[in-house]
Design a protein around this ligand. Structure first.
Ligand code: S3P
Length: 436
């Protein structure tokens, strides 16, 4: 894919339905009593993987574009799959389904592509085994064979890393456990879509503070009652447009109907703190998730409005995790640059995103320092168009499409078709709002 510099991004657009919420809507709808219609379901390849796996487990799914109807099977799924369940590139599919499978009466195997089979899975194996399931793996990596037990035993689990996928896995297993299952988030609060959707389907979920760390708990055995879900636009997809518009002077862009859940919308505050002109309009709540329109005006040089804005770290990281690659790109244009710390989790995403961002930014002429847990970029850099790699990672491809818009000359992104993992419409939508 060749991307040339932009003079502005103008107009308005909608991005596909939120990927995290779509996975959860499909999985929870499968566990409901009754049929659920999910509107604005994510068009991503990842969320298609989740639907395919559910079908292999005997759940009836009908899909027409972005509308998906799921016939709930109740908390105990109909049948053992005939073959291994292919989660493709999707960590969320694998880790959440592991939690569902742990409470079933049959064994099932979860596998995925080369990237997914290289990612750490002990983080879900450990709590599921504590609850009484047995999980065979390839040295802590997929394929995972989950030998479920019904019922499981409830646990109180202190999360070793900040991960919404691990939290959700344990809560989903907890639905089929005897007693109260609790998760304590010692490393910072992660996205809470599972908790919100569980409540939407009638499950009582307690949230609180366990010695200053956020905690969430539920009592097993509660039924889920089917009810329509409207998925908001994916703020992690919108982020690429918001950052691009903020960095290109003369831009004036509105992204409509975007999810504004506070555990996901930290990107707006982070951009504002870096000096971007970002605002929210038409806020509403649907299916227990806040949403609204986000508008951005571009400026040539971003200057942070307060001290400390040039450093992202600590408990902030969980709320920005998927936006860090594109924020690093933004950092090259900000007065004072940007340092990202406490983000070692970036190294175990679809690719090692610290390494990928550093390598590509250097290829474009940026001054970058790489740390074990993050990176630092110099600000006010004139990026040069270059040949960069996606590393097969959708967010790396899109982050560097944004870099290309503010660079001098052409940028070629190798293997750019991987954007379909989360956002198949990305390049088409980008061309529809870019002025050259
Ligand atoms: C996700 C959680 C995050 C995020 C991923 C989606 C989710 O992963 O990076 O894109 O839907 O729960 P971790 O839970 O591994 O941090």
């Amino acid at each position: 894919m060749i991307i040339r510099p932009a003079r502005g991004l103008r107009g308005h657009l909608r991005v596909p339905g939120d990927k995290s919420i779509s996975h959860r809507a499909a999985i929870l709808a499968a566990l409901c009593e009754g049929a659920t219609r999910v509107s604005n379901y994510s068009t991503s390849a990842d969320c298609a993987s989740t639907l395919r796996c559910l079908e292999r487990l005997g759940v009836r799914v009908r899909r027409e574009g972005a509308t998906v109807e799921i016939e709930g099977a109740g908390r105990r799924l109909p049948r053992a799959p005939a073959h291994a369940l292919d989660c493709g590139n999707s960590g969320t599919t694998m880790r959440l389904l592991a939690g569902v499978l742990a409470g079933q009466n049959f064994p099932a195997t979860l596998t995925g592509d080369d990237s997914l089979r290289s990612r750490p899975m002990r983080r879900v194996i450990e709590p599921l085994e504590l609850m009484g399931a047995r999980v065979a793996s390839d040295g802590g990596r997929a394929p995972l064979t989950v030998a479920g037990r019904a019922p499981l035993s409830a646990v109180e689990y202190a999360m070793p890393v900040a991960s919404a996928q691990v939290k959700s896995c344990v809560l989903l297993a907890g639905l089929n456990a005897e007693g109260r299952t609790a998760v304590v988030e010692h490393h910072g609060a992660t996205r809470d879509h599972t908790e919100r959707l569980l409540r939407w389907f009638g499950v009582e979920v307690e949230t609180g503070d366990a010695g200053r760390a956020p905690s969430v708990a539920l009592v097993g055995g509660q039924p889920l009652t089917a009810r329509g879900v409207e998925v908001p636009g994916d703020i992690s997809a919108a982020a690429f447009f918001l950052v691009a518009a903020a960095l290109v002077a003369g831009s004036e862009l509105r992204v409509e109907g975007v999810g504004l859940n506070p555990t996901r919308a930290q990107i707006l505050g982070a951009l504002g703190a870096l000096g971007a002109d970002v605002g929210v309009e038409n806020e509403a709540e649907l299916s227990n998730e806040p949403r609204g329109d986000v508008r951005v005006r571009g400026s040539r040089a971003l200057a942070p409005g307060r001290r400390g804005a040039n450093l992202l770290g600590g408990a902030q990281i969980a709320g920005l995790i998927d936006e860090l690659p594109v924020l690093a790109v933004a950092g090259t244009q900000v007065e004072g640059g940007l340092e990202i710390r406490d983000a070692a989790e970036l190294r175990v995403k679809e690719t090692d995103r610290v390494r990928a961002v550093c390598e590509n930014l250097r290829a474009m002429g940026a001054a970058v320092e790489e740390y074990e847990d993050g990176l630092r970029v110099e600000g006010r850099t004139r990026l040069r168009g270059a040949r960069v790699r996606s590393f097969g990672d959708h967010r790396i491809a899109m982050a560097f499409a944004v870099a290309a818009l503010v660079a001098e000359g052409e940028t070629e992104i190798e293997d750019a078709e991987c954007v379909a993992v989360s956002f198949p419409e990305f390049f088409g939508l980008l061309e529809s709002v870019v002025e050259r």
